[in-house]
Design a protein around this ligand. Structure first.
Ligand SMILES: Nc1ncnc2c1ncn2[C@@H]1O[C@H](COP(=O)(O)OP(=O)(O)OP(=O)(O)O)[C@@H](O)[C@H]1O
Ligand SMILES: [Mg+2]
Length: 626
């Protein structure tokens, strides 16, 4: 590390200095930042009595030269900047040269350090700001700092400390944040001589598994985004999983290696989730954002917990896109996984399952019989399969439906009698592969869920969420381009800023496609008509939302009101939880999963439509396997 400079007052007055030592956790923060700046790859933290009695941070970084050690506790002493110009491109976590000075004023402070190029290590003690002589000590590498009896000489500040457990909670949370923002550093964190957290410095995924319990860690999806200026990596909570919670405590933004809080950015992420989230629920996430140092000002908050961006709109847009992209990707892969598990049958020895070979024989047989069978344009989902069979479906109990329904890629549906109690639906995919599904509707549970056995899995279908999704998708499709409009008696006008108008102008077509009639004249935005179904909407609120979205992320993610309305309509029309279903209704809902290329895993309000339990999981519950 370079020499420590005592900053000139002309520079330190430019610095947003503040009281850095509020509590034990702020001491831990400063010590950890220094260790990271020193290039350490291993850092251990030991806390006693919530940090009030003792905090110790030991690193294997570059260390400090003997002559420099005494300077570390002088005010405005830093090796990280030397001129005002350096403030524009800060690449280290510290730069004010005030942390150790402030800490050493209010504690019993001890620093030991071995400079990387020296053989010997040296130590200094500072009690309430009074330094001892520098003495030789034994330390193999790096720097070790111990802070004891914090605020022993400032009783008023001591009085404001929380209980030891309250202070400890803050420190633990902070250490977790450091683990996430420095996944390549190995951390060891012990509390009252007991190791609480330990990481191997082997990347973010490992860090996540050391901090979160598996039920959360297993439900985080990776995010990766790169567009020249901005690079985003990290993990975000999988929709409808344990990684979606009812508070924002586990939402972490790391900007250029620094954990910051930013409510606006949290809202951007929330918006990007959109319909993937249920009301009043929040995703857990760790978003690591790298951007050029000169595009972010870290010198705005006394504790450096907030930053200012040169181009906030761009940052918002990039985060929005990154999150949306990763959610969509995850969704498609979950859908594919679902399809694969539904439409691919593992070879099985059970005699009542058809294996691939038998099936091909069946197909041939069915093909040969084709001329003798009644073949029409039959679509399974419409139940117009075959008059006789439709009648049978009505009469039969679902448990004993004696139907084998074989559907071929040429669109012809054929029926062959079978002794199977299961329904068999066979489909050739575009790749000319033969896929087949054998499923058995076990029945309705609590008049709310439908239980289905399929491919060594138990599917638990939420009848309401699924039916709601079916109706919603239909409504969305029907409404595309032909939404009934209602002319407003008094058109709604509002004056907007030029950049707001420019943003909206680009989206005007999209807005008007959804049944609005919006126009821009001069600096005025006018709404002449709205979709008929939104007749009772709050127009000024709608315009405000649109303008806010344009401002925030430069695009209109979805026109929320239209979709919310459609979702409400679908919700009202759908079968409810608690409704007893007859076999046709059961079939109708279940059919959605077996005769659909685009199965939705969530209803329009973000609740899951279907949950799987594998045979293995069930067998584990019964200890058949361990
Ligand atoms: N663990 C460490 N390893 C090596 N050098 C250190 C360590 N801790 C402190 N130093 C040296 O002591 C100096 C003073 O540290 P201090 O934390 O007071 O200021 P800073 O990190 O430069 O700025 P800030 O006040 O913003 O944290 C640092 O600039 C650095 O040179
Ligand atoms: Mg520092």
């Amino acid at each position: 590390m370079a020499k420590i400079n005592i900053l000139d007052s002309s520079i330190f007055n430019l610095i947003s200095a503040g009281e850095v030592v509020e509590n034990p956790s702020s001491v831990v923060k400063e010590l950890l930042e220094n260790s990271i700046d020193s290039g350490a790859s291993e850092i251990s933290i030991a806390i006693e009595d919530g940090g009030i009695k003792s905090i110790s941070v030991v690193d294997n970084g570059c260390g400090i030269e003997c002559e420099e050690i005494e300077k570390t506790v002088l005010p405005h002493a830093t090796s990280k900047i030397s001129s005002a110009k350096d403030l524009l491109t800060i690449g280290t976590l510290g730069f004010r040269g005030e942390a150790l000075a402030s800490i050493a004023m209010v504690s019993e402070f001890c620093i030991k350090s071995k400079f990387i190029e020296n053989d010997k290590a040296y130590a200094m003690e500072v009690v309430g700001g009074k330094s001892s002589d520098i003495v030789a000590t034994n330390l193999l590498q790096g720097t070790s700092i111990t802070v004891k009896n914090l605020f022993f000489n400032t009783p008023v500040r001591y009085k404001f400390l929380k209980s030891a457990s309250g202070e400890l909670a803050l420190i633990t949370n902070l250490v977790k944040n450091f683990i996430f923002s420095n996944p390549d550093i190995s951390f060891k964190y012990s509390v009252d001589s007991k190791i609480i957290l330990q990481t191997n410095g082997d990347g973010l995924e490992n860090g996540i598994y050391s901090v979160f319990e598996p039920s959360i860690a297993n439900n985080l999806i990776p995010i990766e985004y790169d567009n020249h200026n901005y690079k985003i990596t990290g993990y975000i909570g999988k929709p409808a999983s344990n990684a979606i919670v009812n508070n924002r405590n586990k939402q972490i933004f790391v900007i250029n290696g620094r954990v910051i809080s930013d409510n606006e950015l949290s809202c951007v992420v929330q918006n990007a989730y959109g319909e993937y989230l249920m009301k009043r629920t929040f995703p857990i996430f760790i978003l690591d954002i790298l951007l050029p140092f000169d595009m972010v000002d870290v010198n705005v908050h006394p504790n450096k917990k907030e930053v200012r961006f040169a181009n906030k709109k761009a940052v918002n847009g990039v985060i929005y896109n990154a999150v949306k992209q990763s959610l969509n990707k995850n969704y498609v892969s979950m859908q594919n996984e679902l399809k694969e598990s539904l439409f691919t049958i593992k070879p099985s020895n059970e005699s009542d399952n058809l294996d691939e070979k038998q099936f091909v024989n069946n197909e041939n047989a069915a093909n040969q019989n084709q001329n003798n069978k009644i073949n029409t344009d039959i679509k399974q989902e419409e139940f117009k399969i075959n008059n006789q069979i439709v009648e049978n479906w009505g009469k039969n109990d679902i448990d004993t439906l004696p139907i084998t329904n074989i559907k071929f890629s040429n669109g012809i549906t054929n029926f062959a009698d079978s002794n199977l109690n299961d329904k068999i639906f066979v489909e050739k995919s575009i790749e000319k592969q033969i896929n087949k599904v054998i499923y058995k509707i076990i029945g309705q549970l609590f008049d709310t869920y439908i239980l289905i056995e399929c491919n060594d899995r138990l599917l638990i279908v939420d009848q309401h969420a699924t039916h709601e999704r079916i109706i919603f998708d239909k409504l969305i499709k029907e409404s595309e381009g032909n939404i009934d409009m209602q002319q407003l008696l008094f058109p709604y006008s509002v004056n907007l800023e030029n950049d707001e108008l420019a943003g909206i102008e680009k989206q005007l077509d999209n807005i008007n496609k959804l049944g609005f009639q919006m126009e821009i004249l001069g600096n005025k935005l006018t709404l002449n008509a709205i979709p008929y179904m939104l007749i009772d909407m709050d127009i000024s609120e709608f315009v405000r939302d649109v303008v806010a979205e344009i401002k925030e992320i430069n695009l209109i993610s979805s026109l929320p009101q239209v979709r919310i309305k459609l979702a409400k309509m679908s919700c009202k029309k759908a079968i409810k939880g608690g409704d007893k279903l007859n076999s046709d209704q059961l079939d109708y809902v279940v059919n959605y999963f077996f005769n659909n290329n685009n199965i939705a895993l969530q209803c329009p309000h973000g609740r899951p439509t279907v949950i799987f339990v594998s045979r293995t999981e069930i067998e584990k519950m019964f200890r058949r396997i361990v």
